[in-house]
Design a protein around this ligand. Structure first.
Ligand SMILES: Nc1ncnc2c1ncn2[C@@H]1O[C@H](COP(=O)(O)OP(=O)(O)OP(=O)(O)O)[C@@H](O)[C@H]1O
Length: 256
């Protein structure tokens, strides 16, 4: 059974804008699935709907067999623990007034009942927990007392990833997590996500306009254009002649 199922999802904004048009997809546990498309193709709308931030009237979304209904608060809370998000702008995730160690512990503070297997909440001090989380994303303990303004873009994104990992999610949704970073740092973040995915076996849904990033990380690729899924294939079939002309154009523009 697929971990995440989306069936015939359509989203219309006011003024007749159809951001998603009958979108169906399925993501299996432990897979890394990329959603690629140009600006305006509906990627962020899809991410918002999947997080329960955007209501939907047409279609069906289920995670681990349970339908996601934005108004059902209790079910949404458990879903929000299971499904974590990394956004493009780490500044929107990190409170500028909090030192990194407090920021990194915020999700665990909101879900006191969670006992991630890689942390010993009872025995460790709060700073030790924060330190262990930073270590998972390749950050040194001397970052603990710093504030977001004192970190580079890549370091801030690592902190955002550490926060997301702290609740040991079953699914990590990354919406353009590398788009604001320079090329070398982008690569490092992609490598970090790849390593974490292999280690933890969590599912990753990686949303990006950058087909290079998607093909580096993902084993399944879904192509969105004007709110429609126009192509969906395993990585091995990237150069297959059956690829949709739009996918071929994206590949060509990326000059692989
Ligand atoms: N709140 C909104 N109200 C009206 N239209 C919207 C709203 N949000 C998005 N849209 C429209 O829906 C379509 C899809 O937008 P969306 O932001 O999901 O695309 P995207 O692929 O994430 O683009 P980008 O990469 O530029 O963020 C676009 O035509 C956009 O103008």
């Amino acid at each position: 059974m697929s971990q995440l199922i989306v069936e015939n999802l359509s989203i219309h904004y006011s003024k007749g804008v159809k951001a998603l048009d009958n979108v169906s997809l399925a993501v299996n546990k432990g897979e890394c699935v990329g959603i690629v498309g140009e600006s305006g193709s509906g990627k962020s709308t899809l991410a918002k709907v999947l997080l329960g931030l955007q209501p939907y009237k047409e279609g069906y979304i289920a995670f681990e067999g349970n339908q996601i209904v934005p108004k059902k608060k209790e079910a949404l809370r458990e879903y929000r623990r299971q499904v974590q998000m990394v956004f493009q702008d780490a500044n929107s995730t990190l409170n500028p007034k909090l030192p990194i160690w407090k920021s990194v512990l915020e999700p665990l503070d909101n879900f006191k009942e969670v006992q991630p297997s890689f942390l010993n909440r009872e025995e460790a001090s709060r700073k030790d927990l924060a330190k262990a989380l930073l270590k998972m994303v390749g950050l040194d303990a001397h970052m603990l007392e710093r504030f977001p303004v004192e970190l580079s873009g890549g370091q801030k994104q690592r902190v955002s990833i550490a926060r997301a990992l702290s609740l040991e999610p079953g699914l990590l949704i990354c919406d353009e997590p590398t788009a604001s970073l320079d090329v070398t740092v982008q690569k490092q973040i992609l490598q970090l996500l790849k390593g974490l995915q292999e280690k933890t076996e969590m599912t990753i849904l990686f949303i990006s306009h950058d087909i290079r990033a998607v093909t580096f990380l993902c084993n399944q690729i879904i192509v969105l254009k004007d709110g429609l899924v126009v192509d969906w294939f395993p990585l091995e079939e990237l150069y297959h002649e059956d690829r949709h002309p739009y996918t071929k154009a994206l590949i060509k523009a990326a000059s692989f």
